[in-house]
Design a protein around this ligand. Sequence first.
Ligand code: PLP
Length: 414
Amino acid sequence: RSAAERFTAANPASRQRWTDARQSLPGGNTRTVLFHDPFPLAFAGGHGAELTDLDGHTYTDFLGEFTAGLFGHSEPRILDAVRRALDGGINLGGHNDLEQRLAALLTQRFGLGLVRFTNSGTEANLMALATAVEYTRRRKVLVFRGGYHGGVLTFGEKPGPLTVPHEWVLADYNDLAGTRERIRENAGDLAAVLVEPMLGSGGAIPADPGFLEMLREEASAAKALLIFDEVMTSRLPRPAPTPDLMTLGKYLGGGMSFGAFGGRADIMAYFDPTRNGHLSHAGTFNNNVLTMSAGVAALSEVLTDAALADLNARGDRLRTALNELFAREGVSMHASGLGSILNLHFVTGPIHRVEDAAAADARLRQLLFLHLVHHGFWIAQRGLIALSLPITDADCDRLVTAIQGFIAEYREVL
Ligand code: PLP
């Protein structure tokens, strides 16, 4: 309670904004994940890896906009590209010269046959599923409990974002035998297996060795499509099996609204408007010049292979340092994830299943979050950390020190 009181006392402007927002937005909210008790912090701006809130406090941004903010808040080459696009006129109502350049950068980077743009990862998933239903002439989709599409999010029994239009079959992530059985039971009706190569919002839980390979084999045997939701994980080293379709989002639009789905050319060709009976996928902003220009600059000028490898290596070092700290201090805490995506948990690792992490006391997560906010670090309330390019090793060291301070202050409840 005292941590919440301290937060309230320190953030009168954020509190007032929330009160005002509640007049016209349900609960003052238009992005569910941004809510946290006692009221959500609001920002005035950001530069590099630094955020400033409405009350003038500054934070090192370890959330990186849930992975969409990979380039930080003011990458000059991306800003230049967006400014050029703004000066050239936006919303042209026709094709522009940038969309095929971004498409080519994506097909090369991810080994896709063909790709289409959307405005968000959510839309990309909906389109990929609609495509699978059309291609297979079947209706069922297998998703994972506790995953982004599993109907219930891991941290509370809240409806997931894709619960409406399909017949869902639920399986448990990293349960090889059980998932195989589910696929075989539904083989004749299954349009797709939709899976994150690492559970993101479910707690940064990587796939166990062999799990994705099993999904590849079983999906092929069932003549269902394997769809990788890489909206969050596309910054990580590529998983071994090749899916039939892949969905993308977040940073790949250079920080602008972005989503894409793509994969096998024979499937994506369903959208070719020169073909008889083709599928329609409109979308006013699918090729908007701001996203296209930011994406092209980000992928062709900023995100070199070396820069991405560095970012993921920095995340690996941070995860190791945190888990060494937790072992040294003898506390039930664990940093999960891969590369530059981490999640802090209040259980002893390693974590293979969603249930392994669910046992933790949610109040401890809240306490850590408020402690880090107080000390000038911004992470997700649920413990997610996503590094961005402007974050340095020294920033990571300071975060480890702040978490060490948290352990010292609250040792009796950990
Ligand atoms: N899929 C996964 C795995 C995600 O983590 C997210 C985003 O949080 C989405 C899809 C949805 O993407 P967007 O927020 O762009 O709609």
